[in-house]
Write a protein of this length. Structure first.
Ligand code: AMP
Ligand code: GLY
Length: 426
């Protein structure tokens, strides 16, 4: 009988995972998916949101799902893996206590202190007066201000003035714009250096790194404009960084994280994603994520050369081995096309044109905020498409991705994208 796989989420990450997993002998179910996830082989979209944990468990039972893969962080924080496990439904991702690495930045800092994992010096506050005094004493140029809980990529402020720093504290601690997520605020030492996304599979014991990837967080070229969920990414095999650095990331960050979680009685199974800053003093953890990155997953899936389902299931079953992970040589670049007004106020409804012009197996258009209505693809969210291309070199891959973007190829009204993905990197 065909294996039945449920993927929860609706972004480019979930489309890329489904694209890699699709097969004639599998059925894929997306909750809720986007305009293209249901066009994959034997795939369907189901109208359930990722945070509707009980509904997903019921659906998985009704549809006799063999394996559930969780894309976003919210359901992991809500305990979707715990719920599925209690229903005997195998799934990929950490339990809610293990997900605290991402769902509470203050908890993660305490954990790193205990495990001697390198990270920026951090103080936590619940009172505005103490926080304000601390920022004034340190100087706004030397701090980054973050809310403790999940904030969809909007909870960290790298202030560019004293006023911006103080405003951030007021929004978090007085106006309570982030609700419970902002009850505790972190004021962190500001680090400088190149940023890197280090993702690794873990079965609770063994850690097998994926390729390191680079994410472009700012809206505009040359890293200007506001922070976003990610405007593009790339990965290369072999990586652009040295073997020594990769080894250091493994032995000082990834492995001690997984070891510490296991020793605390809360083993981490799933994909661990450390957002790193490469400082003069070595790599340091800016944040943990407990799931695949978006848009890092898109290039990673283009290069992944092993059986992805086996690798994911090995994480759940405690049988992970380095042979579960492998990548073809070359590079992949993902350029995100975002809607007008993104990230503050994304506009929906524009017609997406030119999708039919892509006819090259080395270019995949991963959908995110899209909907198919009355015969047309339309914008339905902030990040709309991730144009992802494979090339022998990074330059080839970037050129290919950009070749299908623009007036005479893929475009929509108000489309925003960066022109330096994979071309200029720090
Ligand atoms: P985070 O929400 O922690 O991932 O932070 C979002 C972005 O803010 C990061 O990708 C960095 O560009 C920047 N950032 C976060 N923490 C720091 C820090 N301690 N020093 C410098 N930049 C930071
Ligand atoms: N690319 C950043 C994230 O997935 O959080």
């Amino acid at each position: 009988m065909a294996e039945r796989i449920l993927i929860t989420g609706s972004g480019g990450r979930e489309h890329a995972l489904g694209w890699k997993l699709q097969s004639f002998d599998r059925e894929l179910f997306f909750t809720p998916g986007n305009a293209e996830t249901c066009q994959l082989e034997n795939a369907k979209n189901m109208g359930v949101q990722p945070t509707e944990v009980e509904k997903i468990a019921d659906l998985a039972k009704d549809e006799h799902i063999d394996y559930v893969i969780v894309g976003p962080e919210e359901p992991l924080g809500l305990g979707i893996i715990d719920t599925l496990t209690s229903c005997n439904i195998p799934s990929f991702g950490p339990t809610s206590v293990a997900a605290r690495l991402e769902t509470s930045k203050a908890w993660a800092i305490d954990f790193m202190l205990g495990q001697h994992i390198p990270h920026p010096t951090t103080h936590t506050f619940q009172e505005i007066d103490e926080a304000t005094l601390h920022v004034t004493n340190r100087g706004w140029k030397h701090v980054v201000i973050k809310v403790d809980g999940l904030a969809a990529g909007k909870g960290s402020v790298v202030p560019s003035s004293e006023k911006e720093a103080q405003d951030a504290l007021i929004r978090m601690l007085v106006k309570k714009e982030f609700g419970k997520a902002g009850e505790t605020v972190l004021v962190q030492e500001r680090l400088t250096g190149e940023e890197l996304s280090a993702l690794a599979f873990s079965d609770g014991q063994t850690v097998v790194p994926l390729l390191v990837a680079q994410d472009y967080k700012r809206l505009k070229d040359n890293d200007e404009g506001p922070n976003t969920g990610g405007m593009g990414s790339f990965a290369t095999n072999p990586p652009l960084v040295s073997k020594e650095l990769l080894q250091k990331i493994h032995t000082t960050i990834l492995q001690p994280t997984v070891d510490g979680m296991r020793e605390a009685g809360t083993p981490f199974k799933g994909v661990l994603y450390a957002g790193l800053m490469l400082t003069k003093g070595g790599p340091k953890v800016l944040e943990y994520n407990v799931r695949f990155g978006d848009p890092e997953t898109q290039p990673l899936m283009m290069l992944f050369s092993r059986n992805l389902l086996f690798a994911l299931q090995a994480c759940s079953q405690g049988t992970l081995h380095k042979d579960h992970v492998g990548f073809r040589r070359g590079s992949a670049v993902c350029v995100v096309l975002a809607s007008e007004g993104y990230p503050e106020n994304p506009k929906k409804g524009a017609i997406i044109r030119g999708l039919e012009k892509v006819d090259d197996p080395n270019i995949q258009v991963f959908h995110a905020g899209t909907i198919f209505k009355r015969g047309k693809y339309k914008v339905n969210g902030g990040r709309v498409l991730g144009i992802t291309a494979f090339g022998a070199t990074l330059q080839d891959a970037a050129k290919k991705a950009y070749s299908v973007i623009g007036k005479h190829a893929i475009h929509f009204k108000g489309m925003q994208y960066r022109t330096d993905i994979g071309i200029k990197y720090r």
